[in-house]
Write a protein that binds this ligand. Structure first.
Ligand SMILES: Cc1cc2nc3c(=O)[nH]c(=O)nc-3n(C[C@H](O)[C@H](O)[C@H](O)COP(=O)(O)OP(=O)(O)OC[C@H]3O[C@@H](n4cnc5c(N)ncnc54)[C@H](O)[C@@H]3O)c2cc1C
Length: 283
């Protein structure tokens, strides 16, 4: 069984500062790390490897310096790594990023079919949570997001059983592989690599692929393939209003609720009129 884990190198958000005059992110001198959400997925992939003997490949699209993220992932126990790097990929939005990553996964499938693609739930820089589902849609994979536990991977029946956090509780889902999984944060802890792992990681040759190695349509990557337009980036102004706290200890619940509704209607008179109008109309 072959598992691909998509990891993105991101600036360490704990160390990012905002320029006091321009309000832009100051990335200079900020160390790059593996997107923290991706580590939950990587650890889960490694656990499946421990249990089944699966092969784990880590994949990233980024500048040449993203090699460091791949080497780190190799030191945790991944078997091989692919760096997708080309100036033509620069400026890719989530549509173009998911296209490029899908192209690389399809190229990997020429060697061996991929049963599971793991992605992080989201990144800490772009933060859109679109790339995983984008890959999933392009490849026609079963989509398993917000997963908290992988219960079973049955290679004989090609089925996977997982627990998924949903609003009302936990769903247990069983589906057929191939699938795309995003793990929820806090579901596991990434292992430490041993000294041997670190030496192996440093020696493992990476597959370094450019646009020409795996992408069929160059109009779908980079700025050309990115329809997203960012019209404005700004830091929201702090609001003057603050939440009101109401002491409920020992009070009459009906009177407290009526007072709370009164307060809301005083601040939002149109809401009161709309609700009373709807009630009068029998809605
Ligand atoms: C208009 C526009 C222009 C942009 N221009 C640039 C630019 O010039 N340079 C630049 O660096 N960024 C640029 N970006 C940001 C870039 O689009 C995003 O970094 C990228 O598309 C991933 O989106 P995300 O970070 O929101 O990932 P999410 O969708 O939040 O990521 C979910 C998961 O997908 C996987 N994933 C995401 N990205 C990668 C990756 N690169 N490699 C492997 N796995 C990945 C990871 O598992 C990740 O946890 C631009 C974005 C927009 C909207």
């Amino acid at each position: 069984m072959h598992i691909v884990v998509c990891i993105k190198q991101v600036p360490d958000s704990a160390q990012i500062r905002i320029h006091p005059v321009t309000n832009t992110i100051m990335r200079q001198g900020v160390p790059a790390i593996i997107n923290p959400y991706d580590l939950f997925s990587l650890e889960e992939a490694l656990r499946i490897k421990d249990a089944t003997g699966a092969r784990v490949t880590v994949l990233t699209m980024g500048p040449p310096m993203a090699e460091a993220a791949l080497r780190k992932a190799l030191s945790f126990g991944a078997d091989s790594a692919v760096l997708l790097t080309d100036r033509k990929f620069a400026g890719s939005d989530t549509l173009a990023t998911s296209y490029a990553l899908t192209s690389a996964i399809r190229k990997l499938e020429e060697e061996e079919p991929v049963s599971i693609v793991f992605c992080g739930k989201q990144t800490v820089d772009g933060d859109t949570a679109q790339v995983g589902p984008g890959i999933c849609t392009r490849m026609g994979l079963q989509q398993l997001t917000y997963i908290t536990k992988i219960e079973d991977v049955d290679q004989k029946t090609n089925q996977i059983t997982v627990q998924r956090r949903s609003e009302g509780g936990v769903q247990v889902l069983k589906t057929t592989m191939p699938c795309m999984i995003t793990m929820l944060e806090g579901t596991n802890t990434i292992r430490f690599g041993t000294m041997d792992d670190m030496f192996r990681a440093a020696r493992t040759p990476l597959k370094v692929w450019s646009k020409d190695d795996c992408v069929d349509d160059e109009n779908k990557v980079g700025l050309k393939g990115s329809p997203t337009v960012v019209s404005k980036v700004f830091v929201p102004k702090p609001r003057a209003e603050r939440a009101k706290f109401i002491e409920v200890d020992g009070g009459d619940p009906v009177a407290l609720a009526a007072a709370a509704v009164d307060t809301v209607f005083t601040v939002q008179p149109k809401l009161a009129a709309d609700l009373l109008g709807a009630a009068a109309a029998g809605h």
